[in-house]
Write a protein that binds this ligand. Structure first.
Ligand code: C2E
Ligand code: MG
Ligand code: MG
Ligand code: MG
Length: 279
């Protein structure tokens, strides 16, 4: 009896559950379609130094939906992960990022730029992740030293040994690592020195009120000095106002990303912009 019920279990969903289920199933097949037909693209948000010069960019995934227009990662990355699509999307994303680095390397204004890519926990944990990166770098001929992987603190909480081994393998090829959204997770500070990190990225939730909220100011100040004491570079994300920028500069932060400087740009816009700036 349980078995026959199971087969028809969908009937026992309430109408709204049924709608949700259908919507997710539809989106999952649209995501597969997008993968097969080149429906994703990357936007590039400049990262600048104290002079305001562009030193690199973060690749941000976009889905060019045939009807909905540009869809942002918060709306589809979680489902893509659940549906087991993240390795395939991740492969595309790394390939596209490496192709971009190769393109940039051919022009004096963009040749020195580094590119940061976001790698989700599931993608990083996949047993094939390191060899995927290796293969893509070999196939595209990208300079691994220009590729920075953004990971999050959740990778530090669980299976630290796996994290460390994979990081070391990739670092041996020249890749660098940035710890994204830093301060929002629950990682022990002791882990930070056990991993071969290169950069801390202060989460935008702290940056947002840094000029007006004493707690956020204190946390941000602590992150900057922690990073520097560990020999890491520190970048602030989500910098929107001059007040935030001034605070961050005064506290010793040296790299910045946010709307105050630049919005994420399409590849074409990014190139045009970098060239016009003479970088
Ligand atoms: P994140 O890695 O922390 O990326 C920063 C997010 O902040 C981006 O949103 C960016 O557009 C936004 N942002 C940048 N400057 C500002 C600012 O000044 N103010 C505000 N309010 N926001 C700013 P986006 O592109 O929607 O990405 C959201 C998240 O999606 C990312 O957070 C990242 O966790 C994830 N994501 C993006 N691309 C990928 C990807 O290729 N793979 C995976 N696995 N996740 C990705
Ligand atoms: Mg990021
Ligand atoms: Mg971030
Ligand atoms: Mg963030």
């Amino acid at each position: 009896r349980a078995k026959s019920e199971g087969r028809n279990a969908i009937r026992f969903f309430s109408p709204s559950m049924q709608q949700l289920f259908n919507a997710r199933a539809a989106m999952e097949s649209e995501l597969r379609e997008a993968l097969a037909t080149g429906g994703f693209c990357l936007h590039y948000q400049p990262q600048v130094d104290l002079d305001g010069s562009i030193v690199g960019a973060e690749a941000l995934l976009r889905w060019e939906h045939p009807r909905r227009g540009l869809v942002y990662p918060a709306e589809f990355v979680p489902l893509a992960e659940e549906a087991g699509l993240i390795m395939d999307i991740g492969r595309w994303l790394l390939e596209e990022s490496c192709r971009q680095l190769v393109n940039w390397s051919a022009h004096p204004f963009t040749a020195s730029l580094a590119l940061s890519v976001n790698v989700s926990v599931r993608q990083f944990r996949h047993p094939g992740f390191v060899s995927q990166v290796k293969d893509i770098i070999a196939a595209t001929g990208a300079d691994a030293g220009k590729l920075k992987i953004e990971i999050t603190e959740s990778l530090l909480i669980q299976d630290l040994e796996d994290t460390k081994r994979k990081m070391l393998e990739l670092k041996a090829m020249g890749l660098r690592f940035s710890l994204d959204d830093f301060g929002t997770g629950y990682s022990s500070l002791a882990y930070l020195q056990r991993l071969p990190l290169d950069q801390l990225k202060i989460d935008q939730s702290f940056v947002q009120d840094v000029a007006t909220n004493q707690n956020d100011a204190a946390i941000t100040r602590a992150i900057i000095s922690l990073g520097h004491n560990l020999g890491l570079s520190v970048i602030a994300e989500g910098v929107e106002t001059m007040d935030q920028q001034v605070f961050l500069v005064r506290e010793g932060c040296q790299n910045f990303q946010g709307y105050l400087h630049h919005r994420p740009l399409s590849a074409t816009m990014f190139d045009a912009f970098a060239r016009s700036r003479g970088h």
